[in-house]
Design a protein around this ligand. Structure first.
Ligand SMILES: [Zn+2]
Ligand SMILES: [Zn+2]
Length: 342
């Protein structure tokens, strides 16, 4: 029986799930971001300004959905390291219900580096415990757990830019997803494409999804089409029944999406021990099985637009990567044969 790994029904909506505006250190206003991304084929933007959770439901219309969120940073600023070498951990918290008004964790004002006056707009819920934002797994895990309990989708961001290595990220628990692509960081020279980190986390038994996002600030290049711009570099393609907050939240929680820098995945399903993919023109499609095993298909005389791979039960999980003709990639979430064969 066919099991659709991306749902058969519904529509694909292009999303940028990590974005900064002039509420924190971005250049454009929330409305300017909406217009820019709409004009460039996006249906969804998650507003994730630094340290402040402010809702943007007023920006939603019939063909644009604003998701409400924030980015939370843990910085090792007090160790014997300069800023350039200090590790950080950044998380996204994206509200799964548009009616959530209260900020999930309350960072003390001294941590809010940008537009401090806006902090007065944050709804702290009255008696929220101030977060001791020490760069330590205990505090980071407390934050992830708190955000999850309060109805947020949590994402582990840009490990390359953060200078985090295995000994740090392997301790983090309970994130819904991580950034496979942080397009903005990559555009600025940080190579934030993270298949190795994703496999490390999966192999350690953590179950999480992989997203792509811009993390755009729009301040390094005025023209968003410039290669120096941090806009339109990576995205998440979400398959949902409708473009509304509830349907898109459901798709996020269920992992009905893939991450991409450009290639499109049109179909992904599993049937009788094989996975099938249909995609835009590709030079290479491969499947990784979590261990020292993979299968790859290359284009010969004409570009690939589909592939199929055997999946045996010995594979703990599998995930696929599509490499487009321009060398850009799309990656799927990890899937578990033991669950698919049930
Ligand atoms: Zn960040
Ligand atoms: Zn960011």
């Amino acid at each position: 029986m066919k099991k659709y790994l991306l749902p058969k029904n519904g529509n694909f909506y292009k999303a940028n799930l990590h974005c900064h505006t002039n509420i924190s250190d971005g250049k454009l206003s929330p409305e300017e971001i909406k217009n820019l991304y709409k004009e460039n084929g996006y249906s969804i933007v998650a507003y994730t300004d630094h340290e402040v959770y402010i809702t943007h439901n007023d920006l939603t219309d019939s063909d644009f959905l604003a998701l409400n969120g924030m980015e939370i940073a843990f910085c090792e600023m007090y160790a014997n390291k300069t800023y350039a070498f200090a590790e950080q951990c950044h998380l996204l918290a994206i509200a799964l219900d548009k009616s959530i008004e209260v900020q999930p964790v309350f960072a003390e004002e001294r941590h809010v580096r940008y537009n401090k006056h806006l902090f007065s707009l944050v709804n702290t819920g009255g008696n929220v415990r101030p977060l001791d934002k020490w760069y330590a797994p205990s505090c980071i895990n407390f934050t992830i757990k708190t955000c999850n309990q309060k109805g947020f989708f949590t994402v582990y961001n840009h490990p390359s830019w953060s200078l985090e290595n295995y000994s740090q990220y392997i301790n983090y628990e309970g994130m819904h997803a991580m950034e496979m692509f942080n397009g903005g960081a990559t555009a600025l020279g940080y190579e934030d494409y993270n298949p190795r980190v994703y496999d490390d986390l999966l192999r350690s038994g953590k179950k999480l999804y992989a997203i792509g996002a811009d993390d755009n600030h729009n301040k390094y290049a005025g023209n968003p089409k410039s290669p120096y711009s941090d806009a339109f570099k990576a995205f998440t393609m979400i398959k949902a029944d409708n473009l509304d907050y509830e349907s898109v939240s459901k798709a996020l929680i269920n992992g009905n999406f893939y991450a991409s820098e450009s290639p499109e995945i049109q179909e992904l399903y599993y049937e009788d021990g094989k996975v099938y993919i249909k995609c835009s023109s590709a030079q290479k499609i491969y499947v990784s099985y979590g261990g020292r095993k993979a299968q790859v298909e290359y284009m010969t005389d004409k570009p690939l637009t589909s592939a199929e791979f055997e999946i045996s039960k010995e594979h703990g999980y599998f995930r696929l990567t599509v490499v487009g003709l321009d060398g850009k990639r799309a990656t799927t979430n990890a899937y578990y044969p033991s669950e698919l064969d049930k």
